[in-house]
Every structure is written in C-alpha cells, then in structure tokens.
Design a protein around this ligand. Structure first.
Ligand code: ADP
Ligand code: MG
Length: 249
C-alpha cells in the first residue's frame, strides 16, 4: 500500500497540508503547509497556540476532514474517511451511557473489523481496567462515574482493540490536576510496555514532554511546524521532568 519503500515505517504523514475555513468576510487560513510524520511505535505530541489548527490536523488524521492542498497518509495510503484501525479520543468523553464500563471497553474488540480472538477479550478488558485505575468498576454504568473516570473509560476503549494508530485530542483538558497526573503516568507506563503509535494533541508543553518521544511545535495561525523536539521516552519521569525546558518558550 505504501507509495514508496521509504514510507514503510510511517504510520501517519502530513505532506504539505494546507487548510482554510470560510471565515466571516473572508477566508481563515489555518494550516499553511504542515509536514511531519509519526513512525510506528512513536508517541508524538503536537503543541501550539489555541486556534493554530491542532484539532483540524487530528480531524484530518481521523478522516473527518480533508486538506485543501497536500496529503494525509496513514500507513502510506491516503486517508479517505474514518477507519477502526485509527482509535480516537476527544476532549469530552464519548462513551455509551447504556453500556457498563467493561462493555464500553470491550466495544471495539467486539466489532467485526477487530481481529482479536474472543477468548482474549476479558483479559484485555481487565488489563485496561487496571491500567486506567478502574478496577472494581467493571459493572458500573457511566452515570455512576465522575467525569475523570468516564474519560479513563474512553481512553481504555480506544486502546483495547489495539488500533494501528491512536489519535487523542486534549484528552485530559477537562480533568482536575490529580486525575490528569494519574492518567499521564498511566499512559507513559503503557507506552513503555506497548510502544503504541500515538498522535496526541495538547496545549501543554509540559504534558507533551512528559508523554512523548517527539514533540511537534506549531506556530500561530496560519501555522506551520516551527520546531520538532526529540525526548528520551525511556528516561524515568520525575517531578523535575515535568518542568518545561528552556528550548520551548
Ligand atoms: P486548535 O485545536 O489548535 O485550537 P482548531 O483546529 O480547532 O484549533 O481551529 C483552528 C481555527 O479554525 C480556529 O480559528 C477555528 O475557529 C477554525 N475552525 C475550525 N474548524 C472550523 C470549521 N469547521 N469551520 C470554520 N472554522 C473552523
Ligand atoms: Mg483543539
């Protein structure tokens, strides 16, 4: 499926992506030629000022939007629409209120497109219940949970079927600081264990550095990639590594 041999390691690529929206009395130029790629097994974060087009980029990777110019490639093939191979987590938890926590997490596993054998489902659900600090809540319904717990269910549900690519748009933005730190630590240890391919959108440089092995820094609108920073994901996370390094202002 790859367009060239060199792209085989790329799970996701933006190539010369431009996008405008029809603003009042004119055109709002949002993305002004964005180029970067996410290799398989990489956790890449995109940071940038509010309104620079981060959610627009994620929407394109998910297949909800298309670029005006340039291309968005997943596994070397052009993205044409949503695909279960790409799991998405939004800022506001989107889980099914009529399903228990365990059934929400198992949802993607039970879809026809998911090739995980049925015998493995229960074990996978248990693992993500534990990773997300939801042990004991398997049979609870979303209405019985706090907002933070619902968002943990949404993340577990996205991870469980093992999508080729995980796309997360400010998944911690609506959470309190304590829940956010707990989830950052859970995602970081999950990443060390599983080396999933993740594109995370965040407005927090600190969060990006804590979680990622590469941080893509966008400029203000009309945006381009301003900087790409490599981070040692295997370096133990301590309170100090939560500090923002001087090279990103
Ligand atoms: P970010 O996630 O970085 O804050 P967004 O990608 O949400 O930025 O939005 C970038 C800009 O594009 C914003 O000014 C926003 O208002 C505008 N925008 C996003 N989606 C649409 C849309 N569907 N129609 C019109 N304007 C939009
Ligand atoms: Mg956004």
């Amino acid at each position: 499926m790859s367009e060239s041999g060199a792209e085989n390691t790329e799970a996701l690529a933006f190539r010369g992506v431009r996008k405008s929206f029809g603003g009042r009395g004119g055109t709002l130029r949002v993305l002004d030629g964005v180029d970067f790629a996410v290799d398989r097994g990489e956790f890449v974060s995109v940071v940038g000022p509010s309104g620079c087009g981060k959610s627009t980029l994620l929407g394109m990777a998910a297949g909800f939007e298309s670029p005006d110019e340039g291309r968005v490639l997943a596994g070397g093939a052009g993205v044409t629409g949503p695909d279960p191979a790409r799991g998405v987590v939004f800022q506001q938890y989107a889980i099914f209120p009529w399903l228990t926590v365990a059934d929400n997490i198992a949802f993607g596993l039970r879809l026809k497109a998911c090739r995980v054998p049925r015998a493995e489902h229960a074990g996978i659900v248990d693992r993500y219940l534990e990773l997300m600090g939801l042990t004991g809540f398997a049979r609870a319904y979303p209405r019985e949970l706090s907002g933070g717990m619902r968002q943990r269910v949404a993340i577990a549900r996205a991870y469980a079927p093992g999508p080729e690519l995980l796309l997360m748009d400010e998944p911690f933005a609506a959470l309190d600081a304590q829940t956010r730190e707990f989830l950052q630590e859970s995602l970081h240890s999950t990443q060390l264990a599983e080396r999933r391919t993740v594109l995370l959108i965040t407005h927090s440089v600190e969060e990006a550095i804590f979680l990622s092995n590469r941080v893509v820094v966008m400029s203000a609108r009309p945006s381009r990639v301003r900087d790409v920073v490599d981070v040692d994901i295997d370096m133990p996370r301590t309170p100090e590594t939560r500090l923002t390094p001087e090279f990103i202002e």
